[in-house]
Design a protein. Structure first.
Length: 87
């Protein structure tokens, strides 16, 4: 369920935002919600890409330090073995 949030805008900023919203066929509320959602999704995507890159770069270090047996619930085969078996 969406929750209501109030924001305060300078008169000039509000007028510009209303104009941009109108050109996009949106209400001011829809325009602001779209901007916030786009910013959140972009930030989330950048974080996930960075985390994925970090994990890929240091997988061997983590495995050497912690070992595969320290990950409960993972299958006994490695990803390499599983992809080879699938082929």
């Amino acid at each position: 369920m969406a929750e209501q949030t109030n924001i305060r805008l300078d008169d000039a900023v509000k007028a510009a935002a209303e104009d941009r919203a109108k050109r996009r066929g949106l209400s001011l509320q829809g325009y602001v919600a779209d901007l916030i959602e786009a910013d959140v999704n972009q930030t989330r995507a950048a974080f996930m890409a960075g985390a994925s890159s970090f994990l890929a770069a240091y997988t061997d270090v983590f495995d050497a330090e912690v070992g595969e047996d320290r990950y409960p619930g993972l299958p006994d085969t490695t990803a390499e073995t599983a992809s080879r078996d699938a082929a």
